[in-house]
Design a protein around this ligand. Structure first.
Ligand code: HEC
Ligand code: HEC
Ligand code: HEC
Ligand code: HEC
Ligand code: HEC
Ligand code: HEC
Ligand code: HEC
Ligand code: HEC
Length: 418
């Protein structure tokens, strides 16, 4: 009787231990249990186990990524490539900085597309000028975007100073910062470092980290557009994780920023060159057609046509282009006022040292751009109240200030004549 009981207890304990071991094993991340080679166990198991205590959020984000499922390890990204600077870390050699070059070894297509877009070198040069780039990098970008990299540092940035540039301008514009290893940018602005998610990149808020505010209100415009409202209403039922090679309008019946500017909807080709589908330089004071006008517009219209009739799209573009033409005329009128003041010797050649220069800057940089962006992305309030109304009001102010300068100068001149 007692032997039976002790055998029973022994079996029970053994079973409990086995089940517990199994449960613990099941709770371990897939990357630890499915390591096919010792090399991978070494690389991932070791980093992850220790970093689960040191930087738990990073390990959790990584475990939820596609990379973890595909056995891409910590070391695959953190190991040094080519001429990258490295350091010793707990028995491993790691790259001092993980850059686009580390992603490029497995995603060369995406990197090369990114490299020829305005998100690469032109974005950083817009603030810092050509100095941080090598001659080859400048030459490469100039073939795609003439004048966008071979330029001086931005005058406004220089006046505001280093601290403002570092935490302000460059936080957004570092999307195209050159790295010490010779590559440009990092891929984490839209994918994050460890989640490396497609879903994240398709969310409007991700682009809106940088594409917001009065000088480029793309996020605000989108959120007020029919697309933005419908997207937010239907977000839960959309398949934001859909494979880019097979994304259909059933996965996402409403577009986000990524859909129009990057996605491969219904077999169109995916692109990391956000410049590809554009036909104007909307950010410029006076917006001219890009050299790639025809192709850019055709490609964007092809995206619309997955969801709309051609007639609907053509009408939309015709209306937006008429806002563009009207805004160009208004900005030219304001620019002529400034040019005249300058040729009459009433303004110094230095930028941003006289109040009227700020009125003119706001005129095209805030309100002119906003009107155009609103028209091309469906934001009526931005075309009107944040756009054309302000253009009207500021033109009156600009003219009044110009007259005041002339009167002042006139009386000053009288005063000094002997
Ligand atoms: C035995 C523990 C341990 C192991 C194994 C380990 N790390 Fe670390 N790691 C740390 C600690 C501790 C820090 C410092 C954390 C802090 O500053 O809060 C760190 C820091 C880092 C940093 C930041 C370094 C810096 O100077 O900015 C990176 C990147 C990193 N680890 C990656 C890895 C990778 C990749 C592996 C595997 C190839 C790995 N670690 C293995 C403990 C470990
Ligand atoms: C897809 C590539 C990729 C993988 C895989 C990856 N990392 Fe990273 N990790 C990065 C990038 C990019 C950065 C930012 C590096 C930089 O600025 O130099 C980073 C930064 C870090 C940092 C410093 C970040 C901070 O906020 O302090 C730590 C620590 C780190 N990784 C640990 C790990 C560990 C541990 C693993 C595996 C569990 C891992 N990484 C897997 C790309 C990756
Ligand atoms: C060692 C190779 C390797 C490295 C290094 C690597 N990846 Fe990946 N990546 C993969 C594989 C494999 C997949 C899954 C198959 C695919 O989509 O190509 C993947 C998938 C992805 C995806 C799609 C994720 C999804 O949800 O479907 C993104 C985004 C991505 N990687 C970004 C990055 C970024 C950013 C870096 C650098 C910080 C990087 N990868 C570094 C191999 C790598
Ligand atoms: C919140 C993020 C953010 C900050 C901060 C920011 N920018 Fe930008 N900037 C952008 C975005 C996004 C665009 C693209 C606008 C477009 O194409 O409509 C842009 C466009 C530009 C352009 C026009 C494009 C070109 O290549 O000529 C210049 C110049 C520029 N920024 C300079 C600066 C300077 C200088 C600062 C700081 C004084 C600054 N930016 C601060 C996000 C930012
Ligand atoms: C401006 C934001 C942005 C940046 C920067 C960016 N990506 Fe992406 N990426 C996306 C979006 C959006 C998608 C999904 C496209 C779609 O909806 O079809 C994507 C998809 C991907 C995929 C999956 C593609 C496929 O065909 O399966 C990979 C891999 C990837 N990105 C890698 C990178 C790498 C590497 C870099 C840096 C060179 C990078 N990304 C920089 C937004 C970005
Ligand atoms: C980290 C900041 C940042 C993020 C995130 C970002 N962008 Fe940008 N984007 C910029 C800057 C800066 C520029 C201006 C580059 C220039 O012309 O100098 C820009 C320019 C652009 C342009 C105009 C390109 C041209 O040729 O004029 C488009 C379109 C664009 N971005 C789309 C997107 C989309 C879509 C996303 C999200 C999937 C996104 N961006 C995410 C910073 C960002
Ligand atoms: C329904 C499609 C659609 C959506 C959604 C959309 N855009 Fe656009 N976007 C356009 C069109 C069309 C243009 C003007 C293209 C041209 O130049 O022909 C444009 C222009 C731009 C530009 C101007 C580049 C320049 O020349 O100054 C930027 C930057 C941009 N979009 C970013 C975004 C961001 C960020 C979002 C999301 C918050 C977004 N877009 C949502 C269609 C879209
Ligand atoms: C993925 C599908 C999809 C794409 C791509 C798309 N749209 Fe839409 N759009 C919609 C849906 C859905 C609605 C709401 C239609 C309804 O209410 O029946 C809508 C509504 C609109 C509206 C407001 C309704 C109206 O007729 O006034 C306009 C304007 C519009 N889209 C223009 C465009 C333009 C221009 C493009 C390309 C630059 C575009 N859309 C790309 C799905 C899309």
């Amino acid at each position: 009787m007692s032997t039976f009981r002790s055998v029973f207890i022994a079996v029970l304990i053994a079973t409990v231990i086995l089940v517990a071991a199994l449960l613990i094993h099941m709770r371990r991340p897939a990357v630890e249990t499915q390591q096919p080679t010792p090399e991978l166990v070494l690389a991932t198991g070791k980093c992850a186990n220790c970093h689960r205590n040191e930087t738990a959020a990073i390990v959790t984000e990584y475990e939820r990524s596609r990379h973890a499922q595909e056995n891409v390890t910590c070391l695959d990204c953190h190991g040094p490539r080519d001429n990258q600077e490295s350091f010793d870390h707990r028995g491993f050699v790691l790259a001092k900085q993980v850059t686009a070059l580390n992603c490029d070894q497995c995603h060369a297509t995406q990197y090369n597309e990114f490299l020829r877009s305005r998100h690469a070198a032109p974005a950083y040069a817009a603030v810092q000028g050509s100095a941080p780039f090598t001659e080859e990098q400048v030459a490469f970008s100039e073939t795609y975007h003439e004048g966008a990299v071979d330029r001086p540092p931005n005058a406004l940035a220089m006046l505001e100073g280093e601290a403002a540039i570092t935490s302000g301008c460059v936080s957004c514009h570092s999307i195209g910062k050159p790295n010490p290893d010779g590559s440009i940018g990092n891929c984490t602005a839209c994918h994050a470092r460890h989640q490396t998610s497609i879903k994240l990149a398709r969310l409007p808020q991700t682009c809106g980290q940088c594409h917001m505010g009065p000088d480029h209100s793309q996020l605000e415009i989108y959120l007020e557009s029919k697309h933005g409202v419908l997207f937010n209403a239907q977000r839960e039922v959309m398949n934001l994780d859909a494979d880019p090679m097979r994304l259909t309008v059933h996965d996402m019946p409403v577009p986000t920023c990524a859909t129009c500017h990057m996605s491969g909807l219904e077999g169109e080709s995916v692109t990391h060159d956000v410049t590809e589908r554009l036909s104007y330089w909307l950010f410029a004071p006076v917006s001219e057609q890009r050299p790639t006008y025809l192709q850019g517009q055709a490609e964007m219209k092809a995206i619309c046509s997955n969801c709309h009739t051609d007639e609907h799209t053509d009408l939309f573009y015709a209306q937006a282009e008429s806002v563009l033409v009207a805004t160009n005329a208004k900005v030219r009128e304001a620019a002529a006022i400034m040019d005249n003041l300058r040729s009459e010797g009433l303004l110094t050649p230095e930028p941003f040292d006289e109040p009227i220069e700020f009125v003119y800057f706001d005129y095209w940089h805030y309100y002119g751009r906003t009107a155009k962006h609103g028209a091309f992305m469906g934001g009526a309030d931005f075309v009107q109240w944040h756009g054309n109304y302000e253009l009207l009001a500021l033109l009156v102010e600009l003219k009044a200030e110009a007259e005041e300068l002339r009167t002042l100068h006139g009386s000053a001149a009288e005063h000094t004549t002997p």
